[in-house]
Design a protein around this ligand. Structure first.
Ligand SMILES: NC(=O)c1ccc[n+]([C@@H]2O[C@H](COP(=O)([O-])OP(=O)(O)OC[C@H]3O[C@@H](n4cnc5c(N)ncnc54)[C@H](O)[C@@H]3O)[C@@H](O)[C@H]2O)c1
Length: 272
């Protein structure tokens, strides 16, 4: 099955900009949704502005779509109210629009940071308990829970891609495990949109075939894509790549440190 009309939220973002170029060749129509201005770059592209925090605007932006690729959101640590508003409520608005209008397939941008406190020495699969490495990871765990709820209760077909480190090339030692190349990101998303819209929820890690990865690749029944890139081919350019990672360290690396979250916690005396 072809992807038909695909709506992509977060279309102006880092990942959206890369995926847009690939998907415009696949989709009959590509609806680009973001709160920042965008311009169509092909006859089958259409731009619709919407703030994810506005349920009515989201429903209008997704009207007519057969599938939604929901990339929009805050991609890193932030105060929890902001993460809840944009990531959690925003995803709720997307799923609600899908339920009401019969959108067959929803693909969610999840994050590896839902399991950042699992240890480097442990090959982690998507069915293990979440162990978020910060408030952002908590928001993405709630995003997954919403996806599962809408699949279980309303029969939507929801796939959550727990995206690794989306970079042109890996540049730091953690990326040797976590890198998701542009080519593999396109491959994962194409497979996610091409899969039959069977009701149910699935989460998979979207990571390249890195020799040092600590996440399972998707089971073929969950998602029909085998990644092709390996961060190891760039190891010579990464300082410290010759040192073995500590198997007892958290997978989230610097994101798992208190300093990552402390600046985003309320200050005593700063008001309610
Ligand atoms: N980049 C990565 O390595 C990575 C890793 C794991 C998960 N992810 C997830 O993938 C998705 C895309 O990440 P990215 O790196 O492209 O982030 P990005 O910040 O570059 O893009 C996010 C987009 O969402 C839009 N957006 C933010 N708030 C919005 C709102 N209230 N209403 C409408 N649009 C809004 C922004 O304008 C932006 O264009 C995010 O959900 C992120 O959490 C990214």
């Amino acid at each position: 099955m072809g992807p038909g009309t695909v709506a992509m939220t977060g279309a102006a973002g880092t990942i959206g900009s890369v995926l847009r170029e690939a998907l415009r060749a696949d989709a009959e129509r590509l609806i680009l949704v973001d709160r920042v201005p965008l311009r169509p770059a092909a006859p089958n592209e259409e731009v619709r502005a919407a703030d994810l925090r506005d349920a009515t605007a989201v429903a209008a932006a997704l009207a007519g779509a057969d599938a939604v690729l929901h990339l929009g959101g805050l991609p890193d640590e932030a105060p929890l109210p902001e993460l809840l508003d944009t990531n959690v409520l925003g995803t709720h608005h997307v799923l609600e629009a899908a339920r009401r209008t019969g959108i067959r397939r929803v693909v969610l941008a999840g994050s590896n940071r839902v399991t950042g406190f699992h240890l480097v020495g442990h090959l982690t699969g998507p069915d293990e308990p979440v162990r978020p490495d910060g408030l952002y990871g908590v928001s993405k765990a709630a995003v997954e829970a919403l996806g599962r709820l809408y699949a279980d209760k309303f029969g939507l077909s929801v796939l959550c891609l727990r995206i690794g480190s989306f970079e042109r090339v890996p540049t730091e030692t953690r990326h040797l495990a976590t890198w998701l190349s542009h080519r593999d990101a396109v491959g994962y998303v194409r497979a996610a949109l091409a899969a039959p819209p069977v009701p149910g929820f699935t989460a998979v890690y979207a990571v390249s075939a890195n020799t040092r990865r600590y996440w399972e690749l998707p089971a073929p029944a969950a998602l029909d894509y085998v990644p092709v890139d390996d961060a190891e081919t760039h190891a010579a350019d990464i300082p410290g790549a010759d040192l073995a990672a500590d198997p007892a360290a958290p997978q989230g690396g610097p994101y798992a440190r208190p300093e990552c979250t402390l600046p985003h916690l309320p200050h005593p005396g700063a008001g309610p």
